[in-house]
Structure formats: structure tokens, C-alpha cells
Ligand binder design. Structure first.
Ligand code: ADP
Ligand code: MG
Length: 703
């Protein structure tokens, strides 16, 4: 039984009950192990709480005190009432806790009640030093207090948990305390003993105990920074297991064998040269060589091609596709949006015009009859290259001989879609491309199972983009700047934010803006509007008119964000720039500066401007280097938001933090790679990881 405790579902634990179990489950805790691996969000030193007489304004403190009196005070603002409690601690110091509009607390803070208060102190001229809206916890009066009050909730360093539904931090503390008493000393430890010993890490059982109920004397600042040996050990464990899974996954793929690796001869080289409209940059050449080398190997390629916006990834992918097709293999090219898929389709069809290959497009917008026809061509092999959206990953699409899968703008696709497209061939080569430079830290986690090629430089002849951020009040000046470009026969974008919550309003604003620009500002130029709500044909019509230069100024929502390529467009005005994310603005900006003429990007903002928004605009003005921007974005937003969705391949980490702990992640990777190099020793770890990886990290399994 004892050994099983850790895997016991929480609903079977005495005192948890169905309601609490459901609340915990909603917060991601199903088993005792889940609960024990949920770190307290912070710690309070209730062994040595601050004495009230030592409190000072501006300080954040914990005090243990008794309620002297309390009551609701009317304020001069109508309907606004303050609940106030006067409290006194054991040394006789007196202070006040104020809770705006929480009159119900008068039944809670009754005279004689013992409480722990935690929060920031402020000084009010009217009433002196006070806690405003502090966190509080009630302690039973001294006379009724039991052992639990004395030993679990006070008189020690106490863990504070995040509230999960009806499960209060205090209840969770009591529950964890109880479970830890039943926890055996020798909890199974997935960390190999030699690694643990060499790194001087505590055992799993000891670490779990110390992280919840730190031994007396532990430094509270270190606890709150998650830096104690116990914290570090559990974070290392998490990273180590994650990296072990990545290594195993990569190794498993490496055991796969393609039915037939590609070969490259002079005839193929010649056919590639023929389609090439320009000389490849050094970066493109190196990337292409790495890709083709992979394709010639017996094990399937799993490669990420990273290159900033405009670096020229498409042509590299196309040449790889050509090599596959010359070898009698089919190629699937998946793009994240229909606009982008169509654009790739048009570009590639133009480049391969003279070739003998048949290229088809497959998107969600096809009629059923057309779709059937395209499916049939792919199944029979008469079409060699299919370019499309996630419609390519649909279950009823079968290939004749799929040999290469190319996925553009990877982070928009789920790992699932990558897997299901891959499954349509017999171990096809996979090339994923992304224009979001992945900060080193994240690359290690999201793409740890991929090999990486990076195109650093942009094609020659590109003019730098000048970026300025301007307040709305400078609108006239900006219009003059746009007009100058239009007069020089260049084209312009005006970008409108569109967020789901206010979609209707935003759409109306974008539409009104397009009308206004056409009628009042640029009557002699052709203005068009593009947004996601238009019918597919309409979108296509607008976009290709802009690409052909038949539209001078395109007012658009962020549907042009990824990959759209119109080299003659040299100015972009982003309305409400303060509402966009940093990476998104960088992607948008990449729509200009794609041709031979210098370009300008104007970020128009409106007040109020948050600190984050200011930081974003500043970063964009300062640099056009996507890698720098990605690092900044990560700092501002944190890893969870960086990619948007969980499906993106970011693991669900419960104790580690990719930013805070990235050095530890690198060490964990090194240790995992080294450990798994020893087949005999690594068997136990491999078994543990296969059984637990998917559940622990919320990702597609290793096996
Ligand atoms: P991205 O990497 O953002 O997908 P694209 O593949 O769309 O970039 O390329 C951006 C533009 O640069 C395209 O117009 C493409 O034709 C052009 N381009 C790509 N490589 C080169 C090169 N080596 N020399 C000149 N132009 C190039
Ligand atoms: Mg692209």
C-alpha cells in the first residue's frame, strides 16, 4: 500500500471527497503525486512572524495577531464601505486591516479571533499604518486550538498554495501534511542514483517533504525564489525526464527506415538550377545541403528550418521538394492559412511551370467534387506536389508515395497535425519551417527532437526597414508619408487589429477606415479591404489584385501577418499598435522591406499605453533582428503565451520555469543524453519515461 500511495487518485484519499477531488482535478491534480508535485506558490515565516511594532510603510509582511475589534465604516463615496479590523499581536503592537466593500467579513473577524495577515503595509494620513486587502488565514482561538493549528499552520515556515475551487490554501496544507506523514521514506525515484549522488541532490522523498514543509531555519527568500536544494532537485527531475523523452523520441525516429532514400545526380542538380530564379545566399545553400544530406540518409529527416521573415525559406523548401519528386516521391506542403497556401501554390507553380510535375492545391474551401478530384490525384500519384492547409492532415486523404512533408510556420500547427501528416507516408522526411526565431531556451524544449538549420542573413539587395512609433495625433504627417510612396508607384498596407472579443466593432472600424482613406484621403488611389470574414474567393481576389499592383493601398486585419510577399509594398501603417504582441508586430512588419526600395513601418499608438506596450514598441523601433525580438518577447510574455497554445509542443511543466530555470534545463539535457548513451543502464529510465511522459507533459507520447 505504502508504495502505492503516490499514485492513488485523490478522490480515494480520506477527507478529500468528490467535490474537492473535482476542484483539484480541474487544477490539474488527479493523484497524490500530482498534489505533492504542486509547489506552494510562496512561503510565510510564521515561526518568526513580524512584530507589529516593527512594521513600516512599504514593507510586505506576515503578522500573527488577534482581532480586537472590527466594523464597517461608511465612506464619503456613496455605496462604498470599508470593513476594518483592529488587531493586536502577542507583543501588544496594534495595527489595522482594511477591506474595501467586504462587509461580510464582520462575521469572520470577530473579537478574539486569531488571524494571520499577509500583505503590503501602507501609511494613510487619516488612519496610520494599515494592511489594505491583505491575505488572511484564520487560526482557532488558543483555547480550542489543536495540534494541527499549532504545528501545521503556525509556528513554522508555512506553505501557501494557490486556491483550487473550494480547496483553500489552508485545507491543502493540512491535506499535504497528512499525506506526507504516510509517505514512505523510499519513494521510487526516477532520477538515476549515480546522477543524483554526483549532483548532490536530495532523495525524492526528502525533497518533496522539504518543499512543502521546509526544515526550521530554511531561508525564506531562497524558498520564495524556488532555489532551495529541494526545489532544484524536483525541477531538475522534471527537466531530466522531459529531456529523456525528447532523446528517446528522436532515437526512435532514427530507428525508422525510409523505403528508399533519395539520390542526387547531375540530372537532378541541373533541374534544380533551372528553376532557381536567383543565386542562393550562403545561409540558404548551407541549409539546403543539410536538408538534402538528411534526405539521402536511410533514416527519415526531422529538421527545423529557422529563418527570419523574408530570409527566403520557401525556395529552399521548393528545391528540397524538387529533389524528392525527381526521385519519384510525393511532397505535401502545409501552410497555416489559405492565403498563405494559395500564395505558395502560385509562386511554386510559376517556378515549376516548365517542369514535368503536377502541382495541386488542397484547402478547406474546395467544393466536394473538386476535393474528391484532388484527393484522387494524390492517391493515384498523378499529382506529385500538393500545397494546402490543414486539409492535408485530414484522415480520408491518402497518398501514393509520400516522401517529404514540409510544414510552414510550424508553431501554428499542433504536434498532432505534424504526426498525422507524417503518418500518411512510410517514414517520410519532415521539414518544418518557422519565421519565429525560437529563443535558445525554448528551442531546447519544443524542438529538442529536431535537427536545426538556421538562415541568418537576408537575401542581398534588401533595403533596411525604418520603424517609427507615433502617437495618433501625428496622423496627417503619416498620411503625407504614405502619399509620397504611392506617388512613387509603391504600395502600402494599413493594418487594423482585430481581436475576437470585439470583432464586430473592430471590423466596423477597419471598414470605416478603408472608406475614409478611399474617399477623403487618397481618392485618386485604389484602396481595398481584406479581412478574415470575407469569402475565400473574395480574399483571393483582393490579395492577388494587391500582388499584381492593381490595388495601391490595402487596409487589412492581421490575415496578412504570415508570409505574404509583395515586394513593391514599401510602407506599412499599423493602427493601434499598442494592441499587438511583439512577435506579431515583427511578422507584420516583415510584409514590407521585401524588395529593392527602402521601406517604412509606422506604429501608430493611442493612449493609454501600458508599460508592456511601451516596451514592445521600443523593441521594434530599436531592432529588426528577429532573434533579439523573440528574446524580448519571451521576457515580456513568458513561455506559455509565446507560442499561444499548449498544442504547440510546449510541455506542461509543473515545477520548472523555462525562463527562470533555463540553465538547469541545459544541464538536464546534457545528463539525459549521456545517461541514455548507456543502453544497459538506461533501460529503467526508458521504461519510466515511456510510461509517464505523455501524461506528465501533456504532449504526444514518446513511443
Ligand atoms: P520567408 O523566409 O519569410 O518565407 P520567402 O521565402 O517568402 O521568405 O522569401 C522572401 C522573398 O525573398 C521572396 O520574394 C523571394 O523570392 C526572395 N528571395 C529568396 N531568396 C532569395 C535570394 N537568394 N536572392 C534574392 N531574392 C530571394
Ligand atoms: Mg514564408
Amino acid at each position: 500500500m505504502a508504495q502505492d500511495l503516490i499514485s492513488t487518485p485523490l478522490q480515494y484519499i480520506k477527507g478529500v471527497g468528490p467535490r474537492r477531488a473535482a476542484d483539484l482535478a480541474r487544477a490539474g491534480m488527479l493523484t497524490v503525486e500530482d498534489l505533492l508535485l504542486r509547489f506552494p506558490m510562496r512561503y510565510e515565516d510564521r515561526a518568526a512572524p513580524c512584530e507589529i511594532r516593527h512594521l513600516k510603510p512599504g514593507m510586505t509582511a506576515t503578522v500573527t495577531a488577534e482581532v480586537v475589534s472590527s466594523g464597517v465604516r461608511q465612506t464619503r463615496r456613496p455605496g462604498f464601505r470599508l470593513f476594518e479590523a483592529i488587531v493586536r499581536d502577542a507583543t501588544g503592537g496594534i495595527t489595522k486591516a482594511v477591506f474595501p466593500n467586504q462587509a461580510f467579513l464582520k462575521d469572520v473577524f470577530t473579537p478574539g479571533q486569531r488571524v494571520v495577515l499577509f500583505g503590503a503595509l501602507e501609511y494613510r494620513p487619516s488612519g496610520g499604518l494599515q494592511f489594505t486587502n491583505p491575505e488572511y488565514e484564520l487560526i482557532r482561538p488558543e483555547k480550542d486550538a489543536d495540534d494541527e493549528d499549532a504545528s501545521v499552520h503556525t509556528g513554522r515556515i508555512v506553505p501557501i498554495y494557490e486556491k483550487s475551487g473550494t480547496m483553500t490554501p489552508r485545507m491543502q496544507r493540512a491535506l499535504v501534511h497528512r499525506l506526507l506523514q504516510d509517505l514512505p521514506k523510499d519513494v521510487a525515484d526516477p532520477l538515476p542514483a549515480p546522477i543524483r549522488e554526483r549532483r548532490g541532490l536530495p532523495s525524492r522523498a526528502d525533497a518533496i517533504r522539504a518543499v512543502h514543509f521546509p526544515p526550521p531555519g530554511t531561508n525564506v527568500d531562497e524558498l520564495n525564489a524556488f532555489r532551495t536544494p529541494a526545489h532544484q532537485r524536483l525541477i531538475f527531475e522534471e527537466f531530466f525526464l522531459f529531456q529523456a523523452g525528447m532523446v528517446l523520441r528522436k532515437r526512435r525516429h532514427a530507428e525508422d527506415r525510409k523505403p528508399r532514400p533519395v539520390t542526387v545526380d547531375d540530372r537532378i542538380r541541373e533541374s534544380a538550377r533551372k528553376v532557381l530564379p536567383f543565386k542562393l545566399t550562403e545561409g540558404q545553400r548551407v541549409a539546403l545541403r543539410e536538408i538534402v544530406d538528411d534526405m539521402r540518409r536511410p533514416e527519415p529527416m526531422n529538421r527545423l528550418l529557422q529563418g527570419d521573415v523574408g530570409a527566403g525559406k520557401t525556395i529552399v523548401a521548393l528545391l528540397a521538394a524538387l529533389v524528392a519528386m525527381e526521385n519519384g516521391l510525393q511532397v505535401a506542403f502545409m501552410a497555416p492559412t489559405e492565403i498563405l497556401a494559395d500564395q505558395h501554390y502560385l509562386t511554386i507553380r510559376r517556378l515549376l511551370d516548365q517542369s514535368r510535375f503536377r502541382i495541386v492545391s488542397l484547402t478547406g474551401g474546395l467544393t466536394p467534387a473538386k476535393r474528391r478530384e484532388v484527393h484522387a490525384e494524390i492517391a493515384s500519384g498523378t499529382a506529385q506536389l500538393v500545397i494546402g492547409t490543414h486539409a492535408l492532415a485530414e484522415a480520408d486523404l491518402a497518398f501514393h508515395a509520400l516522401g517529404l512533408v514540409i510544414i510552414d510556420e510550424q508553431h501554428r500547427f499542433g504536434v498532432m497535425q505534424r504526426a498525422s501528416l507524417r503518418a500518411k507516408g512510410r517514414h517520410p522526411d519532415v521539414l518544418v519551417m518557422t519565421a519565429t526565431p525560437i529563443p535558445r531556451t525554448l528551442a531546447l524544449t519544443t524542438y529538442g527532437d529536431l535537427d536545426v538549420s538556421v538562415i541568418r542573413e537576408l537575401p542581398p539587395g534588401r533595403q533596411p526597414i525604418t520603424t517609427v512609433s507615433k502617437s495618433e495625433s501625428k496622423r496627417e504627417e503619416i498620411y503625407r508619408l504614405v502619399r509620397k510612396q504611392l506617388d512613387a508607384r509603391r504600395q502600402a498596407y494599413v493594418i487594423y487589429p482585430l481581436v475576437e472579443e470585439s470583432e464586430k466593432v473592430d471590423l466596423r472600424a477597419a471598414t470605416a477606415m478603408a472608406d475614409h482613406l478611399q474617399q477623403e484621403i487618397f481618392p485618386e488611389y485604389r484602396v481595398a479591404l481584406l479581412h478574415g470574414r470575407l469569402k475565400q474567393e473574395e480574399k483571393d481576389r483582393v490579395m492577388s489584385a494587391f500582388a499584381r499592383g492593381e490595388v495601391d493601398l490595402l487596409v487589412s486585419t492581421t490575415v496578412v501577418e504570415v508570409g505574404v510577399d509583395v515586394p513593391n509594398a514599401t510602407v506599412m501603417v499599423v493602427e493601434h499598435a499598442e494592441r499587438f504582441g511583439l512577435s506579431q508586430l515583427h511578422q507584420l512588419r516583415g510584409r514590407v522591406g521585401r524588395g529593392e526600395h527602402p521601406s517604412t513601418c509606422v506604429l501608430l499608438y493611442q493612449f493609454p499605453l501600458s508599460e508592456d506596450a511601451k516596451a514592445r514598441l521600443r523593441a521594434l523601433v530599436e531592432t529588426t533582428d528577429g532573434f533579439v525580438i523573440a528574446e524580448r518577447d519571451l521576457e515580456i510574455r513568458g513561455p506559455g503565451d509565446f507560442f499561444g497554445t499548449r498544442q504547440s509542443g510546449i510541455p506542461t511543466l509543473r515545477v520548472g520555469d523555462l525562463l527562470r530555470d533555463h540553465a538547469l534545463m541545459e544541464e538536464a539535457r546534457r545528463e539525459a543524453v549521456a545517461w541514455l548513451d548507456e543502453p544497459a543502464a538506461s533501460r529503467a529510465l526508458a521504461a519510466y519515461v515511456s510510461a509517464n511522459w505523455a501524461a506528465r507533459f501533456g504532449l504526444v507520447g514518446v513511443g
